[in-house]
Each structure stands twice: as structure tokens, then as C-alpha cells.
Write a protein that binds this ligand. Sequence first.
Ligand SMILES: N=CN[C@@H](CCC(=O)O)C(=O)O
Ligand SMILES: [Zn+2]
Length: 412
Amino acid sequence: MSILITNIKSLLQVRENCPSFISGNDMKTLPTIENAYLLIENDTIVNYGPMEDASSIEAETTIDATGKFVLPTWCDSHTHIVYAGNRELEFVDRINGLTYEEIANRGGGILNSAKTLQNTSEEELYNQSIARVKTVMKLGTGALEIKSGYGLTPEAELKMLRVIKRIKKEFPVKVRATFLGAHALPQHYKNNKQGYLDEIINVMLPLIEKEQLADYIDIFCEKGYFDLDDTKQIIEAGKKHHMASKIHVNQFNAFGGVALAVENNALSVDHLEEMNDEDIEVLKGSNTMPVALPSCSYFLSIPYTPARKMIDAGLPLALATDYNPGSTPSGNMNFVVSTACIKMKMTPEEAINAATINGAYAMGIDKQYGSITRGKKANVIITKQIPSYYYLPYSFGENNIETVIINGQIIA
Ligand SMILES: N=CN[C@@H](CCC(=O)O)C(=O)O
Ligand SMILES: [Zn+2]
């Protein structure tokens, strides 16, 4: 199967030799080819260039992209898209004055979702989750990291991870799985946090490795959830089972979690709504990708990750949705890119770099995803006719996507 896209107004994020990620000042550059073509064969980008070089190329399907832009699909490196039910009652509780923390302390929040998930069959969980996966694919997401963490028992965590594995197998979207057993302390371990950590380390992790259910490990490093010592235990246990770490950290409080993650070579540190100078300093020159989740800040009315300060200090930054029932019931990367520009003062170029190649790095797939590069996977968005690519973040809430191609398959 071959697809030739012709007359592309501008082909975005074209990188012959794509670096693993883009940092600091370089994030301001988005390499493009004007009036371009793109050739896909099966699941791979095989060629591209200016239209005048395309005259002799033939393909089974040709798409005329006159007036339209083509760019890599979004790489959403932080989601909890596999969950059961919703939490719209808590949403109304928050409107009426309760805080996220107060809701969690009453047994709502993550524990509420865990209860629902424990009582949901694997088949039903799969069906609820794939409805969301189909939606985000149509919104231009071609790669998804998906976390467990709403199970909180060996049985329910494995149920979540098996659903993720099935999505990985049955959908063209690229999926990476992260084990987040340490998302919250379950009720039955209320006064025995070490007991739960031991269960994660000695019971869950060996089972997960045996069934090859997770690529990465995660923990919610936050006051009232898990502290630095707990985080160290989880990162080290992950290493023993060949899982690099991606850490929820600095969502509400900054207390050294970023430094701990960097020292331990974490692949990413995610949230970062609260950042002090030391956090920025330790990230410099490291291989750990900072990941901002602006939809979460929007939905919870908490600070936005200080993107400007971080990028101006020379750091890279990735953008992701955090799609989950409690803090971000949305998996729309277009909204994330808009919000990053509007609220975090990222330029459109910075936001697109953050949502493509840097997102790919934050989920360990930068060799095959995140840019228009010969040999990379054929994952592209074709926009509607729009005046410029600035229009993508500018027209927030509007759907500017006409066609999505994932793994060489036309999705929408
Ligand atoms: N912060 C921790 N975990 C999720 C939200 C969990 C929930 O409220 O269900 C997050 O990334 O925002
Ligand atoms: Zn999260």
C-alpha cells in the first residue's frame, strides 16, 4: 500500500537526521518544506521533498493537500486513558468549593476510580477504554503512553495492564505501557504503606515482568501519597525488572523528587507545576525529559509548568495530556498545544516540537516517531485548509484536522 500526499502547503517538522530531543533555543525552530510532497509505503515514510521532484512518483492512493499542512502525529507521552467510569460528581464538588486534596481525603479521587475499576470486568474496561483511544486517534494522536494505577491490587493492576497490552496489539497507534501501582495507598493498606510497597515490589512486579506487561515504572511522588524514600524504592525495583522510570512529581509540592529522578536516570519527570531553581538546575544536561501537562493545570486551576523559564534555561520540554478521570478528562493534544501557547507562552514552534519529537523521547520511541524523517513510521496529520500553522494553536477548540494517518493507515 502506498500513499502519495501532493501539493502540501507546508510540510512541518522535517528532519533528515533527527536528534533524540530538542532543547532550549533550538525549540524555536520548526524545519519545513514549502509546496511539498510526502510518500508513504506500507507503514513507513519513504520520501519527501519539493513538489517539482514528485512528477514521476506513482502511488496507489494520492491525496491532494492544496492549502493544507502536514505534520507528524502527536506523541502523547503521559496518559491514564484506561479507566472505568467517570468522576463528574467530584467535578461538581470542586465547583462548589472542595479542593482536589479534600476530595481525595474523603476517599474520592484515585481511590474512587480504583473501586469502580475493581468492580469492572476486563472486557468492559477494554470497551470503555477503546472508545477513548478511537477518539484521540481522530484528534491526531499517533502514539500513546498508558499507565496502570487505578487497580491498586495485584489482580486489578494486572487487569489494567492486560487491557493496555490488548490495545497495543489491536490498534495502529503506538502504545507504551507504564506500571503505576504506587499511584495511591489503597484502603486496606491505610496504616501500612511499606506493606503496599512490598506488595508492589515483591508480588506485582515479578508477575508484570513475566507477562511482559509494562515498559516503564511510575510513582506519584507527592505529599500525602509517596515520599522520596518510597520513590527511590520503586525506581530501584523497576531497574531490577528492566523498567526505566517516568515519575509523577512536583504537581503540588517541590521537595527534591526531580533531583532524585534525575540521579536515577529517569526517562521523564511529569507534571512540574511547582518548580524551584534547584529543580531546573539538576535537569540541565541530563537525559531526563521534563513533561508539562497543561490540561491538568487548566482543569484543576493549579499553576502551569513554568515552560518559559525552563526553555530559556536551555532545557527541553515535552507536552502531554494526562488524560484521566480526575484531573484531566480530555485526551485532546490540539488543546494541549493551544494551551501551552496561550497560558505558558510557548511559541507555536516550541509547542509543536514539545508535542512531537520531545513527546516521542519521553516515551522512548524517538527513533521511529515524532518527526518527518525517511524510515520513520508513517504517522501524519493532514490539516484542513488553514492560513498558517500558527492557526493551529490560535484557533483553540476548533478541529483543524482533516485526515490522520497512523502506521500507514488512514484513520479519519
Ligand atoms: N496526579 C496523579 N495522578 C493523576 C490524577 C489522578 C486522578 O485524580 O485520578 C494525574 O496525573 O493528574
Ligand atoms: Zn498522570
